[in-house]
Design a protein around this ligand. Structure first.
Ligand code: ZN
Ligand code: ZN
Length: 198
């Protein structure tokens, strides 16, 4: 995924890349069990222009990710679509003080601040692979859901409440002391019994 800088002018130009299984294995392998979260080819679309020497890049990354629902633990595949925007200044004679950024500038032709929004570049091409891989990893959902209204697993009996109603909700105590039992770890009848004995 090399973006050649030569020829980029103030008029925006479109560039696109497609990355398949081999690219994912090389750049996106997270070693997660039971499988990698990104399961689809990546399509990367860029719109690039140059203004007073600076590079303005707008990008969109699409793929398919396999997520483990944080409520019901169902694995499901869902579209991944995220956008980014970068502003890169010519590095000139300056070198980033951060050693990682300095290394990135040498190896990738550009480096970014910690917010992934701005940075500097040098040379004739931006090697985007590492940035795209990090962007995808950081954009993966932290608490994925199989669907927005997933009812999740019952904390009492573990039943998947999307598919079956369990008895836990029905036997939940209607006693006004129920909240105390939750707070003190006592069964509600124990609390009520003490009250009656007074
Ligand atoms: Zn779910
Ligand atoms: Zn239950």
């Amino acid at each position: 995924m090399d973006l050649l800088i030569e020829g980029i002018s103030s008029a925006p130009t479109a560039h696109s890349f497609r990355a398949g299984a081999a690219w994912r294995k090389r750049h996106l392998a997270l070693g997660m069990a039971p499988g990698e979260p990104v399961v689809g080819d990546l399509s990367v679309a860029l719109e690039v222009r140059r203004s007073q020497g600076d590079l303005h890049i707008e990008g969109a990354v699409q793929s398919v990710v396999e997520v483990l629902c944080s409520r019901c633990l169902l694995r499901s595949q869902t579209p991944f679509s995220e956008r980014f925007r970068l502003l890169l200044e010519p590095a000139g004679a300056q070198r980033p003080s951060d050693p990682d950024a300095a290394r990135a500038l040498e190896s990738d032709g550009f480096c970014l601040d910690e917010h992934f929004r701005s940075g500097c570049f040098q040379g004739n091409a931006l090697r985007l692979d590492r940035f795209i891989a990090e962007f995808v990893i950081l954009s993966l959902p932290l608490q994925p859901l199989c669907r927005a209204d997933c009812a999740g697993l019952c904390p009492g009996c573990g039943a998947d409440r999307n598919h079956q109603a369990c008895a836990c909700a029905a036997t939940r105590s209607d006693s006004p002391f129920a909240i105390l039992s939750g707070r003190y770890g006592l069964p509600p009848d124990h609390i009520e019994g003490e009250g009656e004995a007074r």
